[in-house]
Design a protein around this ligand. Structure first.
Ligand code: NAP
Length: 291
């Protein structure tokens, strides 16, 4: 439990703006990090109904907060409330981290960058020149696909139940980055080619997420092999049916806890200017996810 008796007149406030936010793991992760580095910061959950979003964001400035995370359903709608966006956040079209610099509110997207850092640190995977298959084309896929493209991935294939969404995202990437992005129909033959030609396969759909733990995306698992990395953005359960099926074919597998951890670490570094205590944050997350 956070020791609230330590909060004083100099304490800097960060938080998370979402609706709902009760189940967020971010307060546990950030408060553990502040405590470990003895930083005079506190991280608070703020349930903000959509009608109050603009007022809540204005409060980040008015209350001299260090910044805030932004989560569902506000990641897109927060953009008009901000003064500046990073080029990546602008391409992704969503913000998950606000940093206050004086009177200016700057919007970042650390979700995709957190994914890349997880790939580097936990999968020893460097995206430059690699071929990737992304399953799904929603908000998380957008962050992942844009950052993979900015990190130099060569070919990005997007398979989605709703083909138009995949085509739109492929167009954004091809027009704005050097990566070659293409939508592929969710059909046996096209998925076979895509799985065979990919170094990395990422599930960005919620299939397999608790409580529907028996679910998994329908892809030709028999074509997966040793040397490929298979990444599931889902982290509850920590070993999904998708990961089990890929691992059985020899692929290396990772769950989405690393992405969650590193998006938080990047936000922490933006707010405090200190290196994030990764292992402290990882332990806090693992404990929070277990309950
Ligand atoms: P979203 O914007 O609603 O997108 C969901 C995507 O999954 C869409 O492409 C959707 O296809 C597809 N999909 C949903 N149900 C499906 C089904 N039954 N069969 C086939 N496709 C299906 O959601 P999101 O924000 O991108 O989140 C997606 C997942 O990523 C969630 O499980 C979320 O918890 C996880 N996530 C993890 C992290 C992390 O840090 N690890 C961060 C963000 C999100 P259509 O376009 O056809 O609807």
């Amino acid at each position: 439990m956070l020791d609230s008796s330590k909060i004083s007149g100099t304490t800097r406030v960060c938080g998370i703006i979402g609706f709902p936010v009760e189940h967020s793991f971010s307060p546990a992760m950030h408060n553990a990090a502040f405590k470990a580095l003895e930083l005079d910061y506190v991280y608070v959950p703020f349930p903000v109904a959509p009608a109050f979003l603009a007022e809540a964001v204005a409060a980040v400035r008015a209350l001299s907060m260090a910044g805030a995370n932004v989560t569902v359903p506000h990641k897109k709608n927060v953009i008009p409330c901000l003064d500046k966006l990073t080029p990546a956040a602008s391409l992704i079209g969503a913000v998950n981290t606000i940093v206050r610099r004086g009177e200016e509110l700057c919007g970042y997207n650390t979700d995709g960058a957190g994914f890349i850092r997880s790939l580097n640190e936990e999968g020893q995977f460097i995206p430059g020149g690699k071929n990737v298959l992304i399953l799904g084309s929603g908000g998380a896929a957008r962050a992942v696909a844009v950052e993979l493209a900015l990190a130099g991935a060569d070919k990005i294939l997007l398979a989605n139940r709703t083909m138009e969404r995949a085509s739109e995202l492929a167009g954004v990437i091809t027009m704005n980055t050097s990566a070659k992005a293409q939508a592929v129909p969710w059909l046996k033959l096209s998925l076979e080619k895509a799985v065979e030609s990919s170094d990395l396969v990422v599930n960005t759909t919620p299939m397999g997420m608790y409580p529907h733990v028996e679910g998994y995306p329908d892809i030709p698992y028999e074509l997966l092999r040793d040397g490929q990395l298979v990444y599931d953005l889902v982290y509850n359960p920590t070993r999904t049916a998708f990961m089990e099926k890929a691992s059985a074919k020899g692929a290396m597998v990772l769950n989405g806890l690393g992405m969650l951890l590193y998006q938080g670490a990047l936000a922490f570094e933006l707010w405090t200017g200190c290196n994030a205590p990764i292992e402290v944050m990882r332990r806090a997350l693992q404990e929070a996810v277990r309950f």
